[in-house]
Design a protein around this ligand. Structure first.
Ligand SMILES: [Zn+2]
Length: 153
């Protein structure tokens, strides 16, 4: 059994529900069988989860688990964000502006990428309306070593 925190897009209710497995949830959600208990809307999504902030009472109730202070929590959150980017995003190094532009104009398939831009490139992307967000430093993984691509001029 797995418990999910769900959110209703209709009335913004938040609720929890149990499912046999994550697959079972996916199937039921796809068939619109997951309903909001407040308004019966089928526009229900899994809540985006961030690390829980534990209050001292709850920590005490649970016993020995140490309380996370804000700094530790921020570090843990940043660690997970870096791991997520490193695992799921393709590092394109200084080719970021070219890759982002190619995706924006439909020349290549959309995929999650990250990399570096010069301030000029960033400005140019912004002016063209290419969606790209600066990754806050704590959320940026260490760039992997990659072979330098021959630059075409
Ligand atoms: Zn609802």
């Amino acid at each position: 059994m797995i418990r999910y925190a769900l959110a209703c897009e209709g009335c913004e209710a938040e609720f929890e529900a149990w499912f046999a497995s994550s697959d079972a949830y996916d199937r039921q959600a796809a068939r619109k069988l997951v309903a909001c208990p407040e308004c019966d809307s089928r526009k229900v999504t899994k809540q985006i989860m961030a690390p829980a902030v534990r209050t001292s009472e709850r920590a005490a109730a649970r016993g020995a688990e140490p309380e996370m202070d804000a700094e530790a929590l921020a570090k843990e959150f940043a660690r997970r964000a870096r791991a997520h980017v490193a695992e799921n995003f393709d590092y394109v190094g200084d080719g970021f502006a070219d890759e982002a532009r190619a995706m924006y104009y439909g020349e290549t398939e959309d995929r999650p990428i990250w990399g570096e831009t010069t301030p000029e490139e960033r400005e140019a992307l912004q002016e063209e309306g290419v969606p790209a967000l600066p990754l806050p430093a704590p959320f940026a993984p260490k760039p992997p070593k990659r072979k330098a691509r021959p630059r075409v001029n």
